[in-house]
Design a protein around this ligand. Structure first.
Ligand code: ADP
Ligand code: MG
Ligand code: ZN
Length: 727
């Protein structure tokens, strides 16, 4: 009988969708919901969750209600089903009265097999009344993690689903999600009152994905280099803001990369076009906010880059999951910086208290993940409640921590202490408390519980907080401790932890990354891309010579960072030279020739290929405000007036002007300066800059402040000086 049913299902699968076999647990899941059991499905993105409710809906009598959070996704699925000749419809705010009437009529007549409903529409009274008259086969709740405020897409309306479904009678429910920590799983089941449900969970491991975290320094250069090394391959770059999306898409475009932006602020038609272009391979790289990707099924995305540090591991995992769906290469690179985390924390400050606390915990998980040197795969899977014991990642170097392992140290004693402290504080505290006790910190909590009198108090007082946090986290990943899912943040000792205390054994731990130090190291010795020290010396000597000839301080010709960049990218034409930071066409014309000659000779003498592909062309100069300023200054508009028009402070206007000027554009501010600073003072200030060793503002103010010069005066004259002598 059972065999028969499975065969029957397979026939249906072939007939309706044209697929020959079920994937993973699909058949079991379908049988389960068809037998009227509540069903809970956890499957990674792209595994084929939709089919688990589509096929039984088609086979069974009546209409299945599908609750899905995104109207765009709904439409997409309905279109696909209609194309297969199945009567599926949706009920949401985009329909007009006549359409709603028709959908209701067809539902009541039992003609519709799948009715997609937005949670907002489901909770409307008139819809509840109508649905309770219809014959409903079952209710499917897609993206079920939206029900939990501990997930990454919390939708308050999802919380009301259960009470509505109850009003419709006793109907089986199937809930599906691609990301859920154990805590979120419990939340979903509790909220839907389906603790009794049969749970079908597939492994979340994506064997073909490579995970890497990089410190967020020189990020634009890193980004361009990476994308150029993956020429003609499809990739997605996620940024946190629309503004950043625009900026990065522009940056890629001026660097000859076929890229397009995607975010909710774009016109729907533009958004659609960019998405289609990406799917059709007219565009290689899509730069997007997290609005992009849900339900998009492009199999050959070869890389996913997180330009900004994401808000949660759930979101991150979901987004990286869009790489390599075809089972081939998929690189997932995330740029991490503590600044980003702090910025994200600030965004949360206006949220209600619990939401803010949750968001904070999610961010803490994010930092821990980034800073840990434990296998990324092991950490990610652990986060989603799965223990990764394979040696595959280590053997094949499928994450940065496995391919460049940090030094290990013997962790037995530390782990013992961590478990011991958790026990002696009665398994009622979180990581911070355990760390405080280990280090012997008399915090308010520690004192109020008298934990400073425990024998374990201060057992690890010679180690830092960072060290201990890392130890406790690794005690968790090794499953000696576990998070209490009822009480967020509280750590309990597992059976494995108790065993370990009784019979401890050797276990290796690794120290966290210290990105501050790693950044410094990488600055001192950038892997393979260091500037050419020999050429740099030659360039400096040339600069000295030219400066002497022109009777100018050397820094006016080119500044050190510009020379370093030349010694990295070997510009041998006017255009290439103008791309160097701090060098504009004006400077190229004025001083460029001998430098280009020197570099050209050097390049041919040493048989070098000019690495023009690592020249990062900057799109920044083109920003709207800068163009606006240049135009206004051309028209001799007062700077105060400009500040007022743009609603900027005078300081900010000067900042922008300096930026324009220091990147090599000549500006004539005489009309303004002459009305503001008298001639003698102008001469004095020019003299100062002509003889100074540096154009540093602080140094200048130290020298000039006592003579009564204001910072505005000095800044204005510095702009004039650079414009006249350097640009
Ligand atoms: P999920 O919702 O789990 O992210 P989808 O339901 O969107 O994934 O399915 C992903 C892709 O897998 C779709 O293109 C779908 O047609 C395909 N698919 C699903 N089940 C099967 C199957 N049994 N055989 C072949 N392809 C399948
Ligand atoms: Mg889906
Ligand atoms: Zn690994």
């Amino acid at each position: 009988m059972v065999v028969n049913q499975e065969e029957l299902l397979r026939e249906q699968l072939k007939e309706t969708f044209g697929f020959s076999n079920f994937r993973g647990n699909q058949a079991e899941i379908i049988k389960n919901i068809m037998s009227g059991r509540n069903t809970f499905v956890l499957m990674p993105t792209g595994a084929g969750k939709s089919l688990c409710y589509q096929l039984p809906a088609i086979i069974q009598e009546g209409t299945a209600i599908v609750i899905s959070p995104l109207i765009a996704l709904m439409k997409n699925q309905v279109d696909q089903l209609n194309a297969f000749g199945i009567n599926a419809q949706f009920l949401n705010s985009t329909l007009n009265k006549t359409e709603i009437k028709r959908v209701k009529k067809e539902t009541l007549a039992g003609e519709i097999k799948l009715l997609y409903v937005a949670p907002e529409s489901l909770t409307k009274e008139e819809n509840v009344a109508f649905l309770s008259q219809a014959k409903i086969s079952f209710v499917a709740i897609d993206e079920a993690h939206c029900i939990s405020e501990w997930g990454h897409d919390f939708r308050p309306e999802y919380r009301r689903i259960k009470s509505i479904v109850e009003q419709l009678g006793s109907i089986p429910v199937i809930a599906l999600t691609a990301t859920a920590t154990p805590k979120v799983q419990l939340d979903i089941q509790k909220n839907l009152q389906m603790e009794d449900a049969d749970v079908f969970k597939s492994s979340f491991n994506r064997q073909n994905l490579y995970y890497e975290i990089r410190p967020k320094v020189d990020v634009k250069k890193q980004l361009i280099r990476f994308v150029k090394e993956h020429k003609n391959k499809s990739g997605v770059i996620y940024c946190l803001s629309r503004k950043k999306v625009e900026e990065i898409a522009e940056l890629l475009k001026v660097n000859d990369i076929n890229a397009a932006p995607y975010h909710a602020g774009l016109d729907a038609s533009v958004r659609m076009k960019n998405q289609d272009d990406f799917l059709n391979e007219d565009v290689d790289v899509i730069v997007a906010t997290i609005a992009f990707g849900m339900g998009i099924d492009k199999p050959d995305v070869r890389f996913v880059i997180h330009y900004d540090t994401p808000k949660s591991l759930e979101g991150y995992y979901q987004e990286t999951g869009r790489a390599g769906r075809d089972g081939l290469e998929g690189k997932c690179i995330m740029f991490y910086s503590l600044d980003d985390i702090i910025k994200l924390e600030k965004f949360n400050k206006d949220k209600p208290v619990t939401e803010r606390e949750n968001a904070k915990l999610l961010l803490e998980e994010m930092s821990s993940y980034a800073e840990s040197s434990v296998c990324r795969r092991r950490q990610l899977l652990h986060y989603f409640g799965e223990e990764y014991t394979d040696s595959d990642c280590t053997d094949k170097g499928l994450c940065d921590n496995c391919s460049h392992p940090k030094e290990l140290f013997e962790g037995q004693e530390f782990i013992k202490h961590a478990i011991d402290i958790a026990l002696k504080t009665e398994e009622r505290f979180g990581i911070k408390h355990i760390v405080d006790v280990a280090r012997g910190i008399e915090s308010q909590y520690v004192k109020s519980y008298d934990h400073n009198t425990l024998d374990v108090f201060g057992v690890g007082s010679s180690e830092t907080e960072v060290f201990w946090r890392s130890v406790v986290r690794q005690t968790l990943i090794n499953e000696f401790l576990e998070k209490d899912i009822e009480n967020i943040g509280v750590l309990k000792v597992t059976a494995k932890g108790h065993d370990f205390l009784n019979t401890p054994y050797s276990i290796e731990l690794s120290k966290d990354h210290d990105y501050m130090v790693e950044e410094l190291e990488s600055k001192e010795e950038p892997a393979g891309k260091a500037h050419d020290a020999e050429l740099f010396e030659l360039l400096k000597n040339l600069r000295k010579k030219v400066a002497k000839q022109k009777n100018l301080p050397p820094y006016v010709i080119f500044q050190d960072p510009s020379l370093e960049e030349m010694a990295t990218t070997y510009p041998t034409s006017n255009e290439d030279l103008a791309q160097i930071n701090g060098v504009g066409m004006g400077k190229v014309m004025k001083f460029g020739k001998p430098f280009i000659d020197l570099i050209s000779t050097y390049v041919s003498d040493n048989d070098l290929t000019t690495a023009s592909d690592v020249v990062i062309k900057s799109a920044v100069n083109k920003s709207k405000i800068k163009i606006f300023l240049i135009q206004q200054i051309d028209r001799k508009v007062d700077l105060e007036e400009i500040a007022e028009i743009k609603n900027m402070s005078f300081d900010k206007v000067l900042d922008e002007i300096e930026h324009i000027c220091f990147s090599g554009t000549k500006l004539n501010l005489d009309y303004y300066i002459d009305s503001f600073i008298d001639e003698d003072r102008q001469d004095d200030l020019l003299d100062y800059f002509l003889t100074a060793d540096t154009d540093d503002l602080e140094v200048a103010m130290d020298e000039l402040e006592d003579d009564g010069y204001s910072e505005d005066e000095v800044r204005l004259m510095r702009i004039k000086f650079i414009s006249e002598y350097a640009n």
